[in-house]
Design a protein around this ligand. Structure first.
Ligand SMILES: [Zn+2]
Length: 150
């Protein structure tokens, strides 16, 4: 999909999506191992953990989270997108907006290129700093006891 979308760096983008997937699945493992009670859908909880983990180290991480969001955006426009009613994840478009929101809310400069109706709608962007802080606090609270044991 990245190749067809004429991305300049499709291999890097695919690597970013794989990394995001590993973090997402790690979140499920953490939920299981620590017997975490998630509020809301566990898949969204896992997506937020992945976004948090992807954005730990600066500009390169920002590129990776952008790629992960772009992947969901591409998936949402692909043929038969979200045709699978058995899918437990949020719709691809929603997952993309959440990833971009996390990125927007984390970046001190608030990357304005993300604020577009087809990427991150302005109404959602306004709450992204608070949303990102809440995600971070929730995960720190969730992992806190385990981190102290280590
Ligand atoms: Zn999952």
């Amino acid at each position: 999909m990245f190749g067809r979308a004429r991305r300049q760096d499709p291999d890097d983008a695919v690597a970013a999506v794989l990394q995001e997937t590993v973090f997402h699945e790690t979140a499920h493992a953490v939920v299981d191992a620590l017997d975490v009670r998630t509020t809301g859908r566990e898949e969204d909880f896992a997506d937020r953990f992945a976004a948090l983990m992807l954005l730990r180290q600066g500009a390169a991480d920002e590129r990776r989270l952008r790629a992960a969001g772009a992947w969901n955006l591409l998936a949402a426009t692909a043929e038969n997108a979200d045709g699978d009613t058995e899918d437990e994840h949020s719709p691809d478009r929603e997952r993309a907006v959440s990833a971009f929101c996390h990125l927007y809310g984390s970046a001190p400069g608030r990357p304005q290129d993300l604020v577009r109706p087809d990427v991150l709608p302005l109404a959602r962007a306004r709450g992204c700093a608070e949303e990102r802080a809440a995600v971070r606090d929730t995960w720190l609270k969730t992992l806190g006891p385990a981190l102290r044991e280590g």
